[in-house]
Design a protein around this ligand. Structure first.
Ligand code: UT7
Length: 379
């Protein structure tokens, strides 16, 4: 039997930090509100594009695995943030890495994109389609955030991380995946301004409106991640006691605590990064995984549970068996260029571009196709 071992890992966090106090300079919000409702204290704002973040993360993961880019069979770029839609983003990473023979796929299931990508790449390795893969989780949300909306602007951050998967005879890597989609609630999380629906409008850089029903998303997230975790454990014949570490999607500390409580797993066995990076959507799980490895919290043979949730509303939970190696084989020299502005200066530059015509963005971003033209669900 062939398995897909995780043999390399690497992250790329942009250095510029946006604090809660920075957000309070232009939004009616406070450090006290953000910390008490979300657990977030700061997040990162990238000075480079999403392909560049991804390429540095992937270079580090490849060096960690000791795999030459020229030998990569598959790149999966997981995330919502694309520098451009055509050409796709995975091809940009392929080109920058020199991974000339790699199939290059963009995979967007919103915040669950990395976990869906990990499942997809695992299946392709286990069925012999490819022998190895680089799976990336990346977001550059600062560029399309509606910085005038305090209901969402305080929640999100930028970042990237990647893993390398390689075929192995050992029973390790992703051993079980439960994937699903609560599409009935898809209208609770929508970014208006990106996509063909809006293509006829004069949309400018960073000019979006977010529809975000936080309380509904919160409840659906806790339910879906908890249920998927219960099901994946059952599928693999495991219990909560078998789980050494939970590496969950990081949307809100209270969501993480609720999912851990339902799973019957104490918070000491849960990796939390939300306080320093906010919600990086598809990048949250891989960044948390890399940090768990860096902190020696992943041990040889560890069993990891990865529940996630996002727009769509997609959800999943993965059960991963770690292999023997928990240290990198090599280091990459890849680095981001130095940053010359503060995070707040970068955000203020994006804000200055939003709504440059002084028109109502609600009118500007009205969908070309009414929601009623969406095909009704088939019973
Ligand atoms: O990764 C994708 C999945 N995303 C999620 O899972 C996010 C899920 N939702 C959440 O995490 C939470 O619902 C939020 C953090 C978004 C909001 O927390 P909440 O406890 O549900 O607050 P709320 O929306 O009920 O708002 C409470 C109050 C409101 O004021 P009133 O109506 O009570 O006067 C809001 O207007 O807090 C107000 N508020 C704020 N106040 C200060 C909303 N945002 C802010 C803010 N600063 N940034």
């Amino acid at each position: 039997m062939t398995y897909a071992a995780i043999t390399g890992w690497g992250k790329c966090m942009p250095p510029a930090v946006l604090s809660n106090d920075d957000l309070s300079t232009f939004l009616d919000t406070s450090d006290e509100w953000i910390v008490s409702r979300t657990g977030m204290k700061e997040r990162r704002v990238s000075h480079v594009g999403a392909i560049e973040l991804s390429t540095v993360a992937a270079s580090r993961a490849l060096a960690c695995a000791g795999l030459d880019p020229a030998d990569v069979d598959l790149i999966i770029y997981g995330g919502v943030s694309n520098d451009e839609l055509v050409p796709n983003s995975a091809s940009g990473v392929q080109f920058a890495l020199g991974a000339t023979k790699a199939a290059s796929i963009d995979l967007n299931t919103a915040c669950t994109s990395f976990c869906y990508g990990l499942t997809t790449a695992t299946a392709m390795i286990r069925t012999g389609v490819v022998r190895n893969a680089v799976v990336i989780g990346v977001e550059l949300i600062s560029r399309y955030m509606d910085w005038s909306n305090r209901g969402v602007a305080v929640l999100f951050g930028d970042g990237a991380a990647a893993v390398v998967l390689q075929a192995s005879d050992n029973e390790e890597g992703v051993l079980g995946s439960v994937l699903g989609c609560d599409a009935e609630g898809r209208q609770t999380l929508r970014v208006r301004g990106m996509g063909c629906t809006y293509a006829l409008h004069d949309i400018t850089y960073g000019d979006t409106i977010w529809d975000f029903d936080g309380q509904s998303i919160f409840k659906r997230a806790v339910h879906a991640m908890s249920d998927a975790s219960r099901r994946v454990l059952e599928q693999c014949g495991k219990t909560a006691d078998d789980v050494d570490l939970v590496i969950p999607h990081q949307a809100n500390l209270r969501i993480i605590e609720s999912v851990a409580k339902y799973a019957g797993i104490p918070m000491e066995r849960v990796i939390v990064t939300v306080q320093k990076y906010g919600n990086m959507s598809a990048a949250t799980v891989p960044v948390a995984l890399v940090e768990a490895l860096e902190a020696s919290r992943v041990k040889p043979g560890s069993t990891l549970l990865m529940p996630a949730f996002g727009g769509g509303l997609t959800y999943c939970s993965l059960l991963v068996k770690w292999g023997e190696r928990v240290t990198p084989l090599g280091q990459s020299a890849a680095e981001l260029p130095p940053v010359t502005q503060t995070a707040l200066e970068m955000v203020n530059a994006i804000r200055a571009n939003q709504d440059p015509h002084g028109r109502s963005r609600d009118g500007l971003l009205a969908p070309v196709f009414a929601e009623s033209s969406t095909p009704a669900a088939v019973e």
